[in-house]
Design a binder for this molecule. Structure first.
Ligand SMILES: NC(=O)c1ccc[n+]([C@@H]2O[C@H](COP(=O)([O-])OP(=O)(O)OC[C@H]3O[C@@H](n4cnc5c(N)ncnc54)[C@H](OP(=O)(O)O)[C@@H]3O)[C@@H](O)[C@H]2O)c1
Length: 401
């Protein structure tokens, strides 16, 4: 596909810097309900300020289509790579599918319904790997800042934000932009950090605990049921193991080494199966929590007991083909249920209720953070590569200071 144009000038909230030969300004579409935030249909960057300064003035822009973004993060203009106003903050941008770079980006300004968070810790997830590779459809692409989960302090708010948030330490879920010293997030996607907790620990629990908790909640896991966790030593898996155990389930985990299995037993696993051995874990299960998917999904679907529930939360092992779902029809008389579950579909009120239940588990000592490694923000590339390697046990965390 050929290039459509290049970035030529000022990128402001209302004028995208992409110029298409004789066409002049590129078409823009409003994002959500806020008319001041527009989205360039050609480069798919938010015209309200993703750090386009880092894109060389003659960078080619390739057409991308079909994406929508939920949150406009920033609003300070650049001109030919120079920040025109505001304060610079360190941020990490994706330069290409292989490269990240630390840059000076504009301090984002919170618009209506948004808060500004000074970041203390940043969660690194597999989704960031996909964003860098260009495989995550909601990520705007090269020149943008990844990062969907941070912990920090609210330092400013835009109009129409409930009172009392300034000064609060929160877990915030921005729509990207989190690999930075400061980020803007929607006010209804910030959640109080438990008092006295370490920011790295809170972000390690954060989003992953919501995925695990809501997956188990939606599957109505009851005490005494048998729950199988695939991808158990991953960021989500270590929390799903603990939360299923806390709900009174008998937890069986699938993992990749005996050493990992031992660590998972300490988190509540009653039995451990090794995925490097081609045999499947024995027995049948009321619930399977799967963050791996991949070509073996169908074999795991067959492990459900009658009326069993399979919650598909991720695809660390690749996207399964249609044949993987055949057991659903073949085992029709056993009434299997398959949920696909993404946090993106969850209403803010449900996220808040889940976070409250997670807070209770933390307070009761039935859930704890599992941090694999901590890196400074400047080493974001190393951190992402560690996640990409599949080696972490638990969560990789970045620190901007
Ligand atoms: N549903 C949502 O809302 C949501 C939110 C965030 C992330 N996700 C997705 O959930 C998935 C897992 O996220 P995560 O942060 O837990 O990832 P992670 O920390 O990278 O963990 C994934 C785990 O899966 C296992 N694994 C990796 N590659 C595998 C393979 N080829 N075959 C079998 N097992 C493999 C490994 O565990 P073992 O060594 O123990 O086997 C690994 O630790 C990703 O696809 C991510 O995009 C979903």
């Amino acid at each position: 596909m050929g290039a459509l144009g290049s970035i030529v000038g000022q990128h402001t909230p209302h004028r995208c810097a992409v110029q298409l030969g004789g066409l002049g300004q590129s078409p823009q579409v409003p994002i959500g309900a806020c008319p001041s935030h527009v989205h360039c249909q050609i480069c798919l960057r938010l015209c309200s300020g993703q750090p386009v300064a880092e894109i060389a003035a003659d960078t080619d822009i390739l057409p991308r289509q079909g994406l929508t973004l939920a949150t406009p993060p920033n609003s300070v203009p650049f001109q030919n790579g120079t920040l025109l106003g505001g304060v610079a903050v360190k941020a990490v941008v994706v330069r290409s599918s292989e490269e990240l770079a630390v840059v000076d980006a504009p301090e984002p300004a919170p618009g209506s319904g948004h808060v500004l968070v000074e970041v203390d810790a940043i969660g690194v997830g597999y989704v960031d790997v996909m964003a860098r590779r260009g495989e995550y459809p909601y990520f705007p692409g090269a020149g943008s800042v990844p990062g969907l989960e941070v912990v920090g302090c609210v330092t400013a708010v835009g109009p129409d934000v409930p009172e009392g948030l300034v000064g609060q330490r929160v877990l915030a879920l921005p729509a990207f932009g989190g690999y930075a010293e400061k980020v803007v997030a929607e006010a209804d996607r910030v959640f109080p950090a438990p008092p006295g907790t370490d920011a790295g620990d809170v972000v390690a629990v954060g989003v992953n605990a919501m995925v695990a908790e809501l997956a188990l909640h939606r599957a109505r896991v009851a005490s005494g049921e048998r729950v199988l966790v695939r991808g158990a030593s991953g960021g989500i898996g270590v929390l799903a193991t603990q939360i299923a155990h806390a709900r009174g389930a008998e937890v069986i985990v699938i993992t990749s080494s005996a050493a990992r299995g031992e660590r998972l037993r300490a988190l509540g696993a009653a039995q451990v199966a090794d995925r490097t051995d081609s045999a499947l874990p024995g027995g049948a299960y009321d619930v399977v929590v799967d963050t791996v998917a991949g070509p073996d999904l169908g074999r795991h679907l067959e492990l459900l007991r009658p009326n069993g529930r399979y919650v598909l939360c991720g695809a660390a092992g690749g996207v399964p083909g249609p044949e993987s779902f055949e057991p659903l029809l073949r085992d029709f008389h056993r009434s299997p249920t398959l949920f696909a579950f993404s946090l993106n579909s969850v209403a803010p009120g449900d996220l808040r209720r889940s976070w409250t239940r997670i807070g209770t588990l933390l307070e009761e000592g039935r859930l704890s953070a599992v941090v694999d490694q901590r890196f400074p923000l400047a080493e974001a590339d190393t951190a992402l590569r560690r996640v990409e390697s599949g080696k972490p046990f638990g969560k990789v965390v970045l620190f901007p200071r």
